[in-house]
Write a protein that binds this ligand. Structure first.
Ligand SMILES: Nc1ncnc2c1ncn2[C@@H]1O[C@H](COP(=O)(O)OP(=O)(O)O)[C@@H](O)[C@H]1O
Ligand SMILES: [Mg+2]
Length: 423
């Protein structure tokens, strides 16, 4: 249990790639933080700096109030689970979990108790006598987590622990991690490229792109109030629809207008009072914008103001149909919930079927067309890579993101378990 503080943390690799730029975050004791973003955005690098596996180029990291910049991994009181955590193949599950405690010379009785408790939490008691090769991927990952649990670390770090599992197992393990979190009451930093994992696990989510933090917030905040176009497009599935539109201000009122002379016609939607108030506070004037509307917030409607279009593709998902229509020259995805009876009766969204839709002002997200910033938010200008750094990165060899995830060779025990005590 500990709070963490990352202050202006920067990482420049030897080849002059700036992997992380000025990362600032205060993490509360027992908070579950998820770092999420596309491959190569600097998630693993950030986590590895917290772990002490990567040197910090600039800035400071504090764990439980103690500055740890120069503290070696094994003295940071943390445990880490990797995507491919190496288990010792010649040891049983029991011994794999017990190993770190044995090195620390815990009494046998205490070790036994801790191993059995961890096995209980992870539901692997039946497997304690097996060797890793007789385990499935999901079971191996549980053992790796078990090794981390028995250490009772102040901070639990996980780097894409579920990415190697198939979809079904991943979903199951995701709920296991939620349960785990309730049982081992500690601070978590969890890395994933999967926005669903981030949304379901995190108390707060840190969305990263190209080494820059884009937004920090609760799942609700980042979903309903994305800071910019990148976050809006990254969080939520199916992806948010984006349109070229115009924001119109008339006194204190704001509306958005789409379309013109084309076949789809024009749609004008007044924004909700909350949105109007925020735009007003930011003194936003009429302008061209990028409008975002989530697929689940577009409504089929027979109302006079609804625009006419037709179905191009319909994907039946069971409880909903995702229909793709073309409007204002681009594809628009609409999620239509279907009732049980409807889902069993004939599909009404055949290719070419006429549909009319609209959306509400409360579901409209307005972004600056140039910078991509959400105009409702009062924030500093977006942080983008400076040209000089781009040049530097271009000359450098491209390191696959997997490299950072790659296991330290399990040749020596030290490397396989960088957090273990020396013998
Ligand atoms: N050891 C390394 N040496 C040089 N560049 C690296 C190294 N590890 C990662 N990188 C680079 O740093 C950036 C961030 O990588 P990483 O933190 O692994 O991203 P993520 O975990 O989000 O996929 C990428 O451009 C990657 O190629
Ligand atoms: Mg990574």
């Amino acid at each position: 249990m500990a709070e963490l503080s990352l202050r202006k943390v920067k990482k420049v690799y030897d080849n002059s790639v700036v992997a992380v730029h000025s990362f600032d975050l205060e993490i509360a004791d027992k908070e579950f933080i998820v770092l999420v973003g596309p491959s190569g955005c600097g998630k693993s690098t950030t986590l590895r700096m917290v772990a002490g596996l990567e040197e910090i180029t600039e800035g400071e990291i504090y764990i439980g109030g103690r500055k740890v910049n120069n503290v070696p991994p094994k003295s940071r009181d943390i445990a880490m689970v990797f995507q491919n955590y190496a288990l010792y193949p010649h040891m049983t599950v029991y011994d794999n979990i017990a190993y770190g405690l044995k090195l620390r010379k815990f009494p046998k009785r205490v070790i036994d108790q801790k191993v059995r408790e961890a096995a209980e939490i992870l539901d692997i008691t039946e497997l304690l006598k097996r060797k890793p090769k007789a385990l499935s991927g999901g079971q191996r990952q549980r053992v790796a987590i078990g090794r981390a649990i028995v250490r009772e670390p102040q901070v639990f770090l996980m780097d894409e622990p579920l990415s190697n599992l198939d979809a079904k197992l991943r979903n199951q393990m995701r709920s296991e991690i939620i349960k785990l979190r309730q049982k081992v009451n500690t601070t978590f930093i969890y890395v994933t490229h999967d926005q669903t994992e981030a949304m379901t696990l995190g108390d707060r989510i840190v969305i990263m792109k190209e080494g820059y933090v884009q937004q920090v917030g609760t799942p609700q905040e980042v979903f309903h109030h994305p800071a910019n176009l990148f976050v809006a497009g990254f969080i939520g599935t199916p992806q948010m629809n984006f349109f070229d539109a115009r924001l119109l201000r008339e006194g204190d009122r704001y509306s958005v207008e789409l379309g013109g002379d084309g076949p789809t016609g024009t749609l004008r939607v007044r924004l909700s009072p909350e949105k109007e108030a925020r735009l007003l506070a930011n003194q936003v004037e009429s302008r061209d914008i990028t409008l975002g509307v989530r697929p689940e917030h577009i409504l089929l409607s027979e109302g006079a103001e609804a625009v006419s279009t037709s179905v191009e593709v319909a994907e039946m998902m069971g409880s909903a149909v995702h229909i793709h229509v073309s409007a204002w020259g681009r594809e628009v995805v609409i999620v239509v919930p279907v009732s049980e009876e409807e889902s069993e009766s004939e599909n009404r969204f055949w290719r070419g079927a006429a549909v009319r839709f609209l959306f509400r002002g409360s579901a409209s997200h307005v972004f600056d067309r140039e910078t991509g910033m959400n105009l409702e938010r009062q924030t500093e200008p977006p942080r983008v890579a400076e040209p000089a750094e781009d040049l530097a990165a271009e000359g450098a060899p491209d390191v696959p993101a997997e490299m950072a995830d790659a296991l330290p060779e399990p040749a020596s025990q030290e490397q396989a378990d960088p957090f273990a005590e020396d013998e």
